[in-house]
Design a protein around this ligand. Structure first.
Ligand code: MTE
Ligand code: MOS
Length: 767
């Protein structure tokens, strides 16, 4: 029997019905009488000097509102990590699609006519489009050297480590851009109210980030900016920063036009202009003993940040800290750098730098296994990080050390060893369809990096209104399940049914700041704050009952939703109703208070306890390759995770399957590059392919429970974890099927063809 009534059960998701029936309203569904439409004048060139705009005199410009940098009332930047991203370009244009001017018009035809009647005048400059060109520094994109940020991790003595090794393996691994492809594109609506309040409704992940950006750029007083969450149709990291820009642009148009304005991107503009996963290039040099033990690791990690910082600094931090993988290595040297180029700024995508880091380290382990003549599983088992071991950034893994447990379970469930040997043997038969199986082991640190969670001040308020408990937080439901998870935590703590609790969409006038919906932090940290708020609410009610009954609080007991006062029992609902009747309201706040940190994070030294808990995932991918077309299709994926306590098994399995699928898309079909003219190579769903249900493999999904002392009800962050592991497992399965070694993702059919040709292993194939 479980010690819980609701935690650990798969209740129907609370936002399910409104989404299934189409009742859910996304920004574009809002009926806003008399609203105008906004649009963008964007740069067609990657680098140049903006000298003005050519406006066709035949167009009646009095019918629209046209805004440039000179019209910005506040400061001309959107605050993300740095204040370097301009709302509108003043002079130097640094990437294709950069926003130079804004337009608003009363209807679509007028907007289109206006957009067609204006051209920016730009004197082009040479551009740095690749990471190599950015590093060369001949073209100045950002700062003096185009380095947006740089971090170092050093432990032990790598020189000594390499001298003690029997083999040194080197490799360089590359990954490409990835588009989040949320179902709902980026969009916002802004309403200028007569009392001076600017209400903005953006599809978002982080209401208070948006609030702050709008206050700074538009110079509207804090209390006069209201950010309201519509239903968010998926974010996957892509709505972490861009909604701040969207809200500022849309708010500016509303302020200047005096009309309600809707600004919604179509799919083409969304793909062309919004932030994506960083392209990466990671060099690994690893020393091994003959038995496979790693003696030293040297890693040089590079991310392409595009033209401005946006979230790159924090993505780079996570990439750098996850770069040595799930292994214990005595001597490690990591350099992580993000380089600026004349390409659209890259941002957050589920995994936040960790997938790029794991792709490289897991590929390196496979390469080493080939050279050492070991099975990739055995090489990993020899080096996995275990309880009591140190991460290279000097954090001791005290609890929740489950790398080995998940890896062994995944290998067993997938029949990895037997199949790996069988598929290798089958290669000699030259069949048209070949099979392969490969695996990976990854982890993900839950919550903000470093001291972020200690400093965030994560606050949740629980209120009793109209017979129900409301969980008020700035955390956003975007498909991942927070609108179900947080009420589950509250219902369990308060001892009431789930029908008595809801988590309404965030609205910055009414919710406390529980932080942004990022870094897989909601269940783990906001869940803990929700639990705390509920306990404080029970405390409030205890105080109320003590006053009412003139008895000391110590004589009032609370258990499973019932107060006992002097032999009488009273349900929490009755107590709450009585309290509201007497006092007019009942609410309580709670915060996140984690256990003390053993080795507090040191920002300057970039070392210490980087995360309060790590989730673990082993992924085994089994695929088939058509030797006529080089199409590789995953047919079965096994994912075994340790994510602390599993709060909702079905939602957890859904998170795992969805993230694994996104990672598989990145591994082989999601192909996006920057063309020589600085634009992306694809702008439609017909040319940028993401996995559909037809590309979905069969699943075996399993979890191992190990409640985490730092998380709400023992949960750990798991939303991003599944994006870290299937790309390297997919490429490992390609090794097994084809006897090639792919070093980059996406491993498209064309790339496989190239590799096979280089290996001269294309032979007549028996059909
Ligand atoms: N799942 C769905 N369905 N939709 C999303 O937008 N975003 C992912 C992940 N899972 C996302 C998702 C990302 S990038 C993060 S950081 C986490 O959910 C955030 O939610 P959590 O804190 O509740 O895990
Ligand atoms: Mo997730 S990439 O932290 O929004």
């Amino acid at each position: 029997m479980s010690e819980f009534k609701i935690i650990g059960t798969s209740v129907p998701r609370l936002d399910g019905m409104e989404k299934a029936t189409g009742r859910a309203r996304f920004v574009n569904d809002y009926d806003l009488p008399g609203h105008w439409l906004g649009g963008f004048v964007r740069s067609p060139v990657p680098h140049g000097i903006l000298t003005g705009f050519d406006k066709d005199p035949a167009f009646d410009w009095s019918r629209v509102v046209f805004l440039t940098a000179a019209d910005i009332p506040g400061r001309n930047f959107v605050h993300i990590v740095r204040d370097d991203y301009p709302v509108l370009t003043e002079k130097r244009v640094t990437y294709v699609t950069e926003v130079l001017a804004l337009l608003a018009a009363p209807d679509e035809p007028t907007l289109r006519a206006a957009l067609a009647a204006v051209r920016p005048r730009i004197d082009p400059l040479p551009a740095a489009l690749t990471m190599e060109e950015g590093l060369e520094g001949r073209v100045k994109v950002w700062g003096e050297d185009n380095i947006l940020d740089e971090y170092h991790v050093d432990c032990g003595d790598v020189k000594k480590g390499f001298s003690e090794s029997d083999f040194i393996i080197e490799g360089t691994y590359e990954t490409g851009l990835q588009e989040q492809m949320y179902l709902e594109t980026q969009g916002a609506a802004a309403i200028p109210h007569p009392d001076g309040t600017l209400e903005i409704i953006p599809s978002l992940q982080c209401p208070f980030y948006v609030h702050n950006a709008v206050v700074q750029a538009l110079g509207v007083p804090e209390g006069k900016v209201l950010i309201r969450q519509p239903v968010t149709g998926g974010g996957f990291g892509g709505k972490e920063d861009y909604p701040s820009m969207m809200a500022v642009w849309c708010g500016l148009l509303a302020l200047k036009s005096g009309h309600t304005v809707k600004l919604v991107l179509d799919r083409k503009e969304d793909i062309e202009a919004t932030p994506k996963r960083h392209p990466s290039k990671v060099y690994h040099r690893t020393g091994f003993k003959k038995d496979g033990t790693i003696t030293a690791m040297e890693i040089d990690l590079l991310l392409n940040g595009g033209a401005y910082t946006t979230l790159t600094r924090v993505v780079l931090q996570r990439a750098t800290l996850h770069a040595a993988g799930a292994y214990t290595v005595p001597n490690v040297k990591i350099r992580g750098r993000a380089v600026a180029t004349n390409t659209p700024p890259t941002g957050a995508f589920r995994g936040f730098g960790a997938p790029e880091a794991f792709f490289a380290v897991e590929r390196q382990m496979d390469r080493a296994a080939m050279k050492l003549g070991m099975d990739p599983l055995d090489l990993r088992l020899r080096n996995l990080i275990r309880r009591g071991d140190l991460f290279p950034f000097n954090q001791r893994l005290e609890s929740g050390a489950s790398a080995e447990a998940v890896l062994l379970r995944a290998a067993e469930l997938s029949h990895y060893r037997e199949k790996r040997a069988r598929y290798e043997a089958e290669r000699a038969q030259n069949k048209r369809i070949r099979h392969g199986i490969g695996l990976s082991i990854v982890m993900h640190g839950g919550g903000f990096t470093g001291s972020g969670e200690d400093n965030m001040g994560t606050t949740v308020r629980v209120e009793f209104r109209d017979g129900r408990f409301l969980v008020l937080a700035s955390s956003v439901e975007m498909g991942q399940g927070s609108a179900t998870i947080l009420p589950m935590v509250a219902a369990e703590t308060l001892g009431v049914g789930l029908d008595r609790v809801t988590a309404p969409p965030a609205d910055t006038n009414h919710v406390p700041n529980s932080g942004p919906t990022v870094a897989s932090r909601t269940t783990m940290f906001v869940g803990a704050a929700t639990h705390d708020a509920c306990q404080n609410l029970i405390g409030e009610l205890t105080g109320f009952l003590s006053d009412e009954n003139a008895c000391p609080p110590s004589e009032i007991a609370f258990e499973e939703g019932t107060f006992s006062v002097g032999g009488r029992s009273l349900s929490i609902l009755d107590a709450a109703s009585a309290c509201v009747a007497r006092r007019g309201e009942l609410s309580a706040e709670g915060t996140y208070k984690g256990p003390p940190t053993a080795n507090p994070w040191d920002d300057r030294g970039f070392s210490g306890d980087a995360y309060k808990g790590y989730s673990w995932l082993a992924t085994v991918v089994e695929l088939e390759v058509d030797m006529d077309t080089y199409e590789a299709n995953p047919i079965h994926t096994t994912a075994v995770a340790e994510i602390g306590r599993v709060i909702h098994p079905v939602l957890a399995a859904g998170q795992l399957a969805g993230g694994v699928l996104q990672s598989l898309g990145w591994a082989h079909i999601e192909d996006l590059t920057v063309r020589p003219d600085g634009a992306y190579s694809a702008a439609h769903m017909s040319s940028y392919l993401v996995p559909t249900t037809l590309d979905t493999p069969r699943w075996t999904i399993d979890t191992i429970e190990d409640p985490c002392p730092a998380g709400g009800f023992g949960a750990k962050g798991m939303g991003e974890l599944p994006c870290n592991g299937s790309a390297p497992a997919f490429l490992s399965a390609l090794d097994n099927a084809l006897d090639v070694f792919a070093e980059r993702a996406p491993a498209t059919g064309e790339y496989l063809f190239e590799l096979l040709e280089a290996n001269q292993r294309i032979e007549a194939v028996a059909h």
